[in-house]
Design a protein. Structure first.
Length: 303
């Protein structure tokens, strides 16, 4: 299994379902991690009854079903995952969670059907736009992925790190952002059904670190996409929190942090009604604030 972990404005009927869907995903994942596979599989079933689901979720549900011994359901979920855009076939073929499926007579037939499933999926997409967005994703994320290495090699207070983070990265960000803005202005906010999960996520990734004015300008388009089930709810949570923090207001979901030079640590920005934050996070498919802080090395207090 691969667990893929991105102002509260949720008015539409879909969004209410989306929140419940996100909660089921979180609970199903927690039960999987606790090795309560049958209970986890039951929650995945409930989640998909209220929301069409995303490729990554169907893949994770397939892993859970396989471990629970629900072979037919696992194969059905795998086929659905690929039909919705799961493309990491190399991992699928070696994933230990799916070991039981390899013992089934259907495994060989399933593997042979994958190219056809992928081709059918690709014909449903705007492949030109998908490729454009995924190229921009690579351009946007590569420098960010190298940032920890630069910090380790040069030191956070060094001139080299300062150039890497505050000159090179912003220059690259500006180029990518200009292309994304042009694309959105021409085509709207392409959804998952049009371009797939990774390409759709690219839009949010780039807008997430854009200037505040641009973030506020494109927030309604992301919100609309989430309400229509074409973008993930957690993207909206991250962007709303980023805007609130930049406007010096308390955030809603606790997704944002700032570097504290005295504590030498990222500190989570103050949260509105922190006693309720984990429920809000759960509704959009995010783990608890405590887990989030621990996993990212952030300092979190409720002060």
């Amino acid at each position: 299994m691969r667990v893929l972990f991105l102002i509260l404005i949720f008015f539409s009927s879909f969004n209410l379902c989306s929140q419940t869907y996100g909660a089921y995903v979180i609970d199903a994942t927690a039960l999987y991690q606790a090795k309560a596979y049958k209970e986890s599989a039951s929650l995945w079933d409930k989640a998909f009854q209220i929301h069409p689901g995303f490729a990554s979720d169907y893949y994770n549900a397939a892993c859970t079903a396989a471990l629970a011994g629900y072979t037919k359901t696992a194969f059905d979920y795998l086929e659905e995952a690929i039909s919705l855009g799961w493309e990491d076939i190399a991992w699928l073929q070696q994933d230990p969670d799916l070991a039981r499926l390899k013992e089934s007579p259907k495994w060989t037939t399933f593997i042979e059907a994958i190219p056809s499933l992928l081709k059918e999926y690709e014909t449903s997409l705007n492949m030109e736009l998908k490729n454009q967005l995924e190229d921009l994703r690579m351009q946007d994320q590569t420098i960010r992925l190298l940032l920890p290495d630069a910090e380790t090699r040069f030191g956070r207070e060094s001139k080299a790190y300062n150039w890497f983070r505050n000159e090179l990265m912003p220059r690259n960000d500006s180029l990518v952002l200009n292309r994304i803005i042009t694309l959105i202005d021409e085509k709207g906010w392409p959804g998952i059904q049009e371009v797939g999960e990774l390409a759709n996520q690219t839009l949010w990734l780039v807008i997430q670190h854009a200037p505040l004015k641009i973030q506020k300008n494109y927030l309604p388009l992301l919100e609309k996409s989430v309400n229509e089930g074409e973008s993930k709810a957690r993207y909206l949570a991250f962007l709303q929190d980023r805007i609130l923090m930049r406007e010096d207001q308390k955030q809603t979901y606790g997704t944002q942090s700032l570097w504290d030079s005295t504590k030498k640590q990222n500190v989570i920005w103050p949260i509105l009604n922190p006693q309720e934050v984990n429920q809000r996070r759960k509704e959009v498919g995010l783990d608890t604030i405590e887990e989030y802080a621990k996993n990212n090395g952030f300092l979190y207090t409720q002060d």
